[in-house]
Design a protein around this ligand. Structure first.
Ligand code: BG6
Length: 467
């Protein structure tokens, strides 16, 4: 196996960190912000909602000063659709003003903003109006939202990301505003239709970006959990390959080649869940492909073949553990896990980067990677050596990839600052900066630099020489 042959990361490598609007901003009912799907989701008992989050809305200058101190070259953030267009359609000038100030602060402090157009925060009004992504109307509304962003912020932003983790959205129906009552075949059919609409919408927005902002670059954010086989039985290798087709490449084949992956098509045909397609869509997708692939990587999977003879329409679950007749996820004694049972496998990131590049010849931008943990604040310090180890090992794999000639544009750790985890509230922290609040109490929201902050600062400063 080849290893690092680079002394340092290239000068232009974007060492960064990321957040998303609804998880970090708070100020949910300030300055005319509308209602997003997650605002009305039921929360797990004992877990905070997103209304205050890390109150970045009111602390953004202090937070950006900390980013500068950390030495970030890039900051990945998302722009809240409902702050900018509270009902999903009408512009709210206060929302535009906020993001102008925020983006100016980022660039004035020498960082490259990397902007996600849609990171889970979907306007509830559009769900009420026509069912959100279930309808083709959603494509027009997404395009219009992107146009507003390109017109208002196009002079400040060079890197754009279209939709964050489309696959993940489909696994958590409440993030799409879909009723919990829709299950089984109905849900699968709807999910495929929504997935298809999001792929068409992505191509429309890529086209628009290339027309309006010829110097910008744009790509989707995908979320591979690159599977490896459970054993040396050839059938497990096939199961792992089929898992990758059905969990990741089913989206990227549409984005990057404007075609359905054959296995995905067959899967939908057998289950009678094919989406409605308009003939010009495929040409649109073929002609408007991304400039790079954004990649969120946290974990991988180990997969065995599943021998059940009949498929079944699974109920919707957060993660599909098994596809009868195709694959099942297994445990792997060689791979440790986080407190939330996520496999820690840095090599999986290298596998994904190499495989994506071999398939599509597009550069990769790592848009998220990090360790969620129960951090403890003691004597005003957080000794998060586990996070340092996790990020160290993943960044080393990226250095390997660069050394082998695979183009990686940058790395955004998740997250810059503690924020509200998608499902675990403030228990599961990811940041380099601790925020002094928890699920029950807002406390003083003080920002405290963790041990990992100083470690990452050194890594950026030496351009990863010690990795
Ligand atoms: C990604 C999302 O799925 O993973 C982030 O883009 C999310 O929004 C992150 O926070 C970690 O997931 P979780 O559930 O641990 O917050």
């Amino acid at each position: 196996m080849y290893h690092n042959r680079l002394k340092q990361f290239p000068e232009e490598f974007l060492f960064g960190a990321a957040t998303s609007a609804f998880q970090v901003e708070g100020a949910a009912d300030v300055d005319g912000r509308g209602i997003a799907v997650h605002d009305i989701q039921p929360k797990k008992k004992g877990i905070t909602d997103f209304s205050v989050a890390s109150d970045h809305y009111h602390h953004y200058q202090e937070d950006i000063a900390l980013m500068k101190e950390l030495g970030l070259k890039a900051y990945r953030l998302s722009l809240s659709w409902v702050r900018i267009m509270p009902d999903g359609k009408t512009i709210n000038p206060a929302g535009i003003d906020f993001y102008k100030k925020l983006l100016d602060e980022v660039t004035a402090n020498g960082m490259e903003p990397i902007v996600t157009i849609y990171h889970f925060e979907y306007p509830q009004a559009l769900v009420g109006r026509y069912g959100g992504w279930a309808s083709r109307e959603a494509i027009d509304d997404f395009e219009r939202f992107a146009e507003v962003l390109f017109e208002n912020f196009g002079d400040k932003v060079k890197y754009w990301l279209t939709i964050n983790e489309q696959d993940h959205l489909l696994k958590i129906p409440s993030r799409l505003g879909i009723s919990e009552e829709i299950e089984g075949k109905d849900y699968l059919k709807l999910a495929e239709q929504m997935n298809y609409h999001m792929c068409v919408a992505t191509a429309r927005v890529i086209k628009l970006c290339h027309e309006l902002l010829p110097h910008a670059q744009i790509g989707p954010v995908i979320n591979p959990m690159y599977a490896i086989p459970n054993s040396n039985r050839p059938e497990d290798t096939l199961a792992a390959m089929e898992f990758n087709e059905l969990s990741t490449y089913y989206i990227t084949e549409l984005h990057c080649r404007g075609r359905f992956a054959p296995l995905h098509w067959k899967y939908m045909e057998d289950r009678d869940i094919l989406p409605e397609i308009e003939s010009e869509d495929m040409e649109l997708m073929r002609n408007n492909t991304p400039d790079f692939l954004g990649m969120n990587y946290y974990l991988n999977q180990t997969v065995a073949t599943n021998k059940k003879e009949q498929f079944s329409y699974h109920e919707k679950t957060v993660f599909i553990q098994e596809e009868p007749g195709i694959y099942e996820i297994t445990t792997n004694d060689n791979i440790t896990q986080t407190d939330w049972g996520w496999n820690i496998c840095p090599e999986g990131m290298k596998l994904a980067i190499m495989d994506f590049y071999n398939r599509y010849q597009l550069p990769i931008l790592v848009t998220e990677n990090g360790l969620g943990a129960y951090d403890v604040l003691e004597n005003n310090q957080v000794e998060d050596d586990y996070r340092i180890e996790y990020i160290h090992n993943h960044l080393s794999q990226i250095k390997d990839c660069l050394g082998l000639g695979y183009p990686v544009l940058g790395y955004c750790a998740w997250s810059f600052i503690d924020l509200v985890s998608g499902r675990e509230g403030m228990d599961k922290r990811y940041g380099f900066v601790y925020v002094n609040r928890d699920n029950e109490e807002l406390k003083d929201m003080r920002r405290i630099k963790k041990k990992s902050f100083y470690w990452y600062q050194t890594i950026i400063n030496e351009r990863g020489e010690s990795l």
